[in-house]
Write a protein that binds this ligand. Structure first.
Ligand code: B16
Ligand code: MG
Length: 218
């Protein structure tokens, strides 16, 4: 039996992935770079600065901006993103997640947030579910972002567990690679192509339950 779950946040607990997309799309438009949902799949789970670099490379503008200009653009995107999520509330929790958190707590399973987002504490507060989590990994404390395994390895460490005691749940290809690289069981939700390397896959969070996780883990 697993002892803990490491949850990705954006795209697993709440659909902020869509707000990230809107904010990057608007910034891209300012820069004359058009991005679509297919390209956006590559940004999921990737840090703010790494996402900006990918967008600039996509638009063949990677060598045109100074570090200061890039920081300003990332700050502009984040300000837009924060305005989009200002009214986030418990009704923005994705289907099945609230019941799952209750079930996991009752079963004494520990819960940790393994999100690349620096905004994770604000989002969890808005959703009203921060107290369910035993730890939130600070992405600033990591040397490498997803797809590097560090964030999921750290999730096991902070709980004093081995990665094989945990399940990681993700919606991004980079995140699934990160879980697998940490030698943790991976559950992928959403886009089937992005989730093809997951140990177990579901089309939506609605299918997640304690019973489902026990069945696939065993
Ligand atoms: P922020 P996750 C990731 O969160 C998002 O998927 C990704 O699109 C975003 O760029 C990244 O967080 C950083 O977010 O700009 O809020 O620090 O999926 O790892 O929960
Ligand atoms: Mg995600």
């Amino acid at each position: 039996m697993f002892k803990a779950i490491a949850f990705d946040l954006d795209g697993v607990i709440t659909d902020t992935a869509n707000y990230h997309y809107q904010a990057w799309k608007a910034l891209g438009k300012d820069l004359g770079i058009s991005i679509d949902r297919q390209f956006n799949e590559e940004l999921k789970g990737i840090s703010r600065m790494a996402s900006l670099e990918k967008i600039l490379a996509f638009g063949n503008k990677e060598n045109q901006l100074s570090d200061t200009q890039k920081k300003e653009l990332a700050a502009k995107k984040n300000a837009h993103y924060l305005s989009l999520i200002k009214k986030i509330s418990p009704k923005d929790i994705l289907p099945g997640i609230s019941d799952l958190l209750v079930e996991l707590k009752e079963a004494k399973i520990q819960l940790v947030i393994a999100s690349a987002s620096k905004n994770a504490p604000i989002i969890l507060d808005g959703l009203g579910i921060k107290d369910y989590f035993d730890a939130i990994i600070d992405p600033d404390s990591l040397a490498n972002g997803k797809p590097d395994p560090e964030i999921f390895t750290r999730s096991a460490e902070v709980l004093g567990l081995s990665p094989s005691d945990l399940i990681g749940i993700e919606d991004s290809a980079a995140g699934i690679q990160s879980i697998n690289g940490a030698n943790m069981f991976s559950v992928g939700v959403g886009d089937a192509t992005s989730m093809r390397e997951a140990d177990s896959r579901l089309p939506s969070t609605a299918g997640l339950s304690l019973d489902y996780l026990i069945r696939v883990f065993n």
